[in-house]
Design a protein around this ligand. Structure first.
Ligand code: NDP
Ligand code: 2IT
Length: 445
């Protein structure tokens, strides 16, 4: 990293001790920015980098609730309102026991640049809790969500801050939170949350959007080398919202997903994952990957070290941060992987990213490849503002157009800055410049 950037980075680390994932996300962006600062020193003079690394507002709060035995439980809630230069804070809520401030800040920081790349009027934010929804009854999840929203509502609004889902937060949780927001505020403010149910202000394609969008981005990358998903073997890690709809789209395009996973292990299914069965196990029954294996002949639980040991043409990490490391990347490369696109946020470690790029593998960073989810959230906000609802076909067309545009911008920016094919640099620079210019236009804020 260039010296001026290294100095600012060291300050960020010192000011935010113990937040390893946040440091990692900041470093990755900074590593792309030297040529931008060379072209435009005013970003340094105006302290844009120092300002962009400091959230506009961070809210940390107590979330008390009672379990089904009547025992009092206490969790911690977070909302980091990172940057509102381009629009209201926008980004998901994550409910997972690993959540702490450093995770929410890394996700919120990524969200600033991702949302900028979508071309939609949305700023960056993220929130969540260390609440673990696994094994909880619907009634417990409801009481938790109501308590969470009882504090959070005062910070939200369709023009202020608009949460959505992320790990552990889907349609059920959004329903409980929207219901509580409506009750407390006495307002039917559809645009305050996205990922809503289709009967009460949700958008068609939002459920599918992140997975479909990731596959759209990967298709665009493959097309630059005259290739497509047709006939390709693919691994998709995870078995949640992003993973399931990535698999569905790959099969529509003629590829075969031979492996997927959850935190209990991975499954290998050489005939191709049966996505309908996986939806039944994961979305309806909230079961484990082993339940899929038990009901699918020919599928087996993976026995070797990791899901990345399986030889494939394309790999889509769609579970969680740092799930694909340098050694695993080397294995994928040895086995002939052609393209990797991040459906999850920051799933590849820096060593993994450098390995793929060094080997000439097409590599799409999450902030570009998984932007289809938040972009479709913005389309949901647009429909809510217009009291309108669009068809599946029209909404998917808009999503595909947005993903093509992001690919095009990342590729052309990488070309312009002398790093053709470097989608990491292309995404970081394109996302950053727009936010930085807006911050400068607003004066010192
Ligand atoms: P879900 O909760 O629907 O699914 C998450 C999946 O990842 C599950 O299979 C889960 O397994 C697995 N997983 C989660 N944490 C871990 C862990 N620590 N170790 C191993 N496996 C884990 O979440 P989503 O599909 O929505 O999110 C997946 C990723 O995509 C996240 O990185 C998220 O930030 C990102 N993302 C999501 C978007 C969205 O619209 N939902 C938009 C853009 C990015 P298990 O059930 O066993 O925990
Ligand atoms: O990481 C992400 O982009 C999301 N979890 C989706 C955010 C949103 O507001 O739809």
């Amino acid at each position: 990293m260039e010296q001026s950037l290294e100095t600012i980075f060291e300050t960020v680390v010192a000011r935010n001790p113990g937040e390893a994932e946040f440091h990692q996300a900041v470093r990755e962006v900074f590593e792309s920015l030297a040529p931008v600062l060379k072209k435009n020193r005013s970003y340094l003079d105006d302290k844009i980098l120092e300002r962009i690394c400091e959230p506009e507002r961070q809210i940390i709060f107590r979330v008390p609730w009672t379990n089904d035995k009547g025992e009092v439980q206490v969790n911690r809630g977070f909302r980091v309102e990172f940057n509102s230069a381009l629009g209201p804070y926008k980004g998901g809520l994550r409910f997972h026991p690993s959540v702490y401030l450093g995770i929410i800040k890394f996700l919120g920081f990524e969200q600033i640049f991702k949302n900028s790349l979508t071309g939609m009027p949305i700023g960056g934010g993220k929130g969540g809790s260390d609440f673990d929804p696994r094994g909880k009854s619907d009634a417990e999840v409801m009481r938790f969500c109501q308590s969470f929203m009882t504090e959070l509502y005062r910070h939200l609004g369709e023009y202020t801050d608009v949460p959505a889902g992320d790990i552990g937060v889907g349609g059920r949780e959004i329903g409980y939170m929207f219901g509580q927001y409506k009750r407390i505020t006495n307002r039917y403010e559809s645009g305050v949350l996205t990922g809503k149910g289709l009967d009460w202000g949700g958008s068609l394609v939002r459920t599918e959007a992140t997975g479909y969008g990731t596959v759209a981005f990967a298709s665009e990358m493959l097309a630059t080398r005259g290739e497509s998903f047709d006939g390709k073997r693919v691994t998709v890690s995870g078995a949640g919202n992003v993973a399931i709809y990535a698999m569905e789209k790959i099969h529509q395009l003629g590829g075969t997903v031979v492996a997927c996973s959850d935190s209990s292990g991975y499954v290998v299914d050489e005939q191709g994952i049966d996505v309908d069965l996986l939806k039944q196990v994961k979305e309806v029954e909230r079961g484990r990957i082993g339940d899929y294996v038990a009901r699918r002949s020919g599928a087996e639980l993976g026995k070797s070290g990791s899901i990345w040991d399986i030889p494939v043409d394309v790999a889509l990490p769609c579970a969680t941060q740092n799930e694909l490391n340098g050694e695993q990347a080397a294995t994928l490369i040895k086995n002939g992987v052609k393209a990797v696109a991040e459906g999850a946020n920051m799933p590849t470690t820096p060593e993994g990213v450098h390995a793929f790029q060094g080997a000439g593998v097409l590599f799409a960073p999450g902030k570009a490849a998984n932007a289809g989810g938040v972009a479709t959230s913005a389309l949901e906000m647009q429909q809510n503002a217009g009291r309108d609802s669009w068809s599946f076909e029209y909404t998917e067309e808009r999503l595909t157009g947005i993903m093509r545009n992001i690919h095009e911008m990342c590729a052309s920016t990488a070309d312009e800055y002398g790093a053709p094919g470097d989608y990491v640099m292309g995404a970081n620079i394109t996302g950053f410049v727009k936010v930085a210019n807006a911050m400068q236009a607003f004066g010192l804020v």
